[in-house]
Design a protein around this ligand. Structure first.
Ligand code: SF4
Ligand code: SF4
Length: 560
């Protein structure tokens, strides 16, 4: 029987650009996913290539129930059972994700310390209040010391979290007490961030941990080192350095690209370069330089989580989410796509070779054949950013005639950090989640959902929207990060007026009273740590129980 073809996207700008890509002969993640079906053995986690005796494949029997005999045979050369192999694969996925978020956190810590020591002149500490709060949390002396002196101690304390060998990660103390006790009882309290990732790789290697319960327990420990460790460190230090987000208006989708300006997209995950580019792009000298090349100005937009970072703090528009990165090039109107780490497809280089777009890699850890490498140096941040923008401007005269920019762009309000939600709900002088809890207790709001994660061409792009709409219709407040936040924003769910249009009567009444959308943009993927803080605040402000599991909250990553 022929497989049912899935609809590629519910976003009309994406569908339009996929048609253009097809007529221009450009390969995209969508076309590659259509021609390369997922391997059914890998898809169920039944393949192991952890040693030279493999790869070993232990798939479930097709079209019938597994017998005892089948089960006996489903073993790798070393004797590893299908359960062990699947648990190892899953634990390695957790380790890779944790390593990525935590390397981001490590890089922030490094730059934070350089700023505090006066070695990174393009940056300064923007959120003093948050810096002092962190110092108080860690017992660091404040007195009459300067912000930079305090920041050195805060930065060093958090830097030590990565290489710590024993004890507990410091931010775990923020969790509800009952949860902390449960983690201790289960033996899943992370000791140091790098230690848990390394141990995950060791345990999952040939001949080490051979019990899937034990493997999965360490997976939990490693995941906690991500959410309450590296991700939280990244969020907190970025807020201190670049400012804690507050509500900001902007627009989203490929329609934010401009016909008559130098279009530059900044894409990836870590916001240090993007922060400086956002400022330097307004430099009158560079704007004049763009005009000298025939453009009317410089148009900066974001993509993926870097986009979320500069949207949350500067209101820079977003060109699209993960699956739209190649499509931005397909418009033919993109002078440069400036990338750092994570979520950057190698397919960008191929797509760019069909147009004039320059792919500029900027991070020492992430290179790409076919791209131009212009390494970012935080010690000379402004110089690095100017050189990158100049390269993009120089490319404007090379723009061809095969240009089509979709008209779609949607208004949104972002900037709902955990602190902002606190103030909006409780007011500046008695900031609190208690009004949210009260509205849950009185039944106006039925719960809170965190809907997060990446796109995936194996399912319909942005299909999460159906779930989000259903949740708000049923009076569930939705908090979002990453590419899922972008999907909802593109569909118009992130403006206050969306409450009357899409939310149930109870949720709509609360949103209207507070002046917030029914779906809140909380930030980038590392800002899932803000969701942990929001849920913890709900527990601490009382009335709903004394642990996270008592709350009417749920999390989902629907396309992943
Ligand atoms: S670790 Fe075991 S299951 Fe994995 S490849 Fe080696 S022999 Fe095969
Ligand atoms: S949601 Fe996923 S795909 Fe999108 S930027 Fe974040 S990590 Fe990357």
């Amino acid at each position: 029987m022929a497989e049912k073809e899935i609809k590629k996207s519910i976003d009309s700008a994406t569908v339009d650009m996929l048609e253009k890509a097809s007529s221009d002969g450009v390969s995209t993640a969508f076309s590659r996913a259509a021609t390369m079906k997922p391997c059914p053995i890998g898809a169920e986690g039944s393949c192991c290539s952890n040693c030279a005796m493999g790869p070993c494949r232990v798939p479930m029997p097709r079209g019938r129930e597994e017998t005892l005999e089948d089960k006996q045979k489903r073993k790798g050369v070393c004797g590893a059972t299908a359960e062990t192999i699947a648990a190892r694969n899953f634990a390695r996925m957790i380790a890779a994700g944790t390593a990525s978020h935590c390397d981001h956190g490590r890089e922030v810590t490094k730059i934070f310390l350089a700023v505090a020591k006066g070695e990174a002149p393009g940056y300064k500490i923007k959120d003093e209040q948050k810096l002092l709060q962190l110092a108080l949390d860690f017992g660091i002396k404040i007195g009459d010391r300067s912000n930079n002196e305090i920041a050195i101690d805060v930065g060093q304390t958090l830097s030590d979290e990565f290489g710590k060998q024993e004890g507990e990660l410091l931010f775990l103390k923020r969790a509800p007490l009952k949860r902390q006790e449960l983690w201790r009882k289960q033996g899943v309290v992370p000791r140091g961030i790098d230690r848990e990732v390394t141990e995950a790789m060791h345990r999952t290697h040939m001949g080490t941990d051979q019990d899937y319960h034990s493997l999965l327990r360490h997976g939990v420990r490693t995941a906690l080192a991500d959410g309450w460790g590296g991700s939280m460190i990244a969020t907190e230090l970025q807020d201190v350095l670049f400012g804690t987000p507050s509500p900001v208006a902007s627009q989203i989708n490929l329609g934010v690209l401009k016909q008559d300006e130098v279009n530059i997209i900044i894409h990836g995950h870590e916001p240090y370069l993007a922060e400086i580019i956002a400022v330097v792009a307004q430099d009158p000298e560079l704007i004049d330089y763009a005009k000298s090349k025939g453009a009317k100005g410089i148009n900066l937009a974001g993509m993926c989580c870097t986009a979320n970072e500069i949207l949350m703090r500067h209101g820079i528009p977003i060109a699209g989410n993960f699956l739209q990165q190649e499509l931005a090039i397909v418009t033919g109107a993109l002078e440069a796509i400036v990338v750092d780490v994570q979520c950057v497809m190698q397919g960008l280089a191929d797509a760019a070779s069909c147009y004039h777009t320059k792919v500029i890699t900027t991070d020492r850890r992430a290179h790409m054949q076919g791209a131009t490498h212009m390494e970012f140096d935080e010690h000379k941040g402004t110089q690095s950013a100017k050189a990158i923008l100049k390269a993009a401007i120089d490319n404007f005269p090379n723009r061809g005639k095969n240009v089509r920019i979709p008209k779609e762009k949607t208004d949104l309000i972002a900037g709902f950090s955990h602190e902002t939600i606190n103030y909006l709900l409780g007011g500046m002088f008695r900031a609190s989640y208690r009004p949210l809890n009260d509205n849950i207790i009185n039944g106006r709001i039925r719960g809170v959902a965190g809907v997060v994660g990446c796109n995936n061409p194996r399912v319909t792009h942005d299909m999460q929207l159906a779930m989000v709409k259903e949740l708000i219709k049923n009076d569930v407040l939705v908090l979002q990060t990453g590419c899922m936040a972008m999907a909802s924003a593109k569909a118009g769910l992130m403006v206050p007026e969306a409450a009357a249009k899409y939310a149930g009567a109870g949720l709509a009444s609360v949103c209207e009273a507070v002046g917030i959308p029914p779906v809140l943009h909380v930030g980038a993927c590392i800002d899932n740590s803000r969701l942990l803080m929001a849920a913890t605040a709900m527990v601490k402000d009382g009335g709903l129980g004394d642990d996270l599991s008592d709350l009417p909250v749920v999390g989902a990553a629907p396309e992943w």
